[in-house]
Design a protein around this ligand. Sequence first.
Ligand code: IMP
Ligand code: MG
Length: 184
Amino acid sequence: MHADIERVLIPREKIQHRVRELAEQITHDHMTKNGEGEVTIVPILTGAMIFACDLMRHIPMAMKIGLMTVSSYPGTATTSQGVTINYKKVGDLTGRHVILVDDILDSGSTIRAVVPMLRDMGAATVRVCVLLRKDRPEATQTPADYVGFDIPDEFVVGYGLDYDDYYRNLPDVVTLKREVYAKS
Ligand code: IMP
Ligand code: MG
């Protein structure tokens, strides 16, 4: 696995530091003056799993978790293929303050499909939190409330992000050697 890494784009310490900053911002924006408030965190599986786990442990508020699966890069594809959404485990969002969490904003088609859906499900507010945003117009023009890092328009893996479902457990965000893609 480590032999496939080309370069480390964002090291783990930097990620952890930024995750805490994002959590503080989210807490500040959702907590009432008397220290109350409730949120529902909706991580988009599987990519946002690791990010959301770290993030929510730094948000000291009453919280529910709703799960959603969106697939847009089936198997070894590295460009978007349109989205398939499964929201059976998202729970009742009526009147809830929802924080949609995703690993990366790329074509924006995931966020653009999911946000209106969450609003239709009765959420009081929907805010979007992504760890990474690629430097391409489709990504930067998609509204996002909390962005961890702006990165070049390159394919990255690690900290939840995959290539063919591998590399999610790498603690850093990295790029892969060209020959890794050539194999499949
Ligand atoms: P979008 O819908 O095109 O914005 O892309 C969102 C999803 O595509 C993300 O949640 C990822 O699962 C996947 N994706 C986009 N870019 C990358 C990448 O560079 N590496 C791994 N997965 C990616
Ligand atoms: Mg993926």
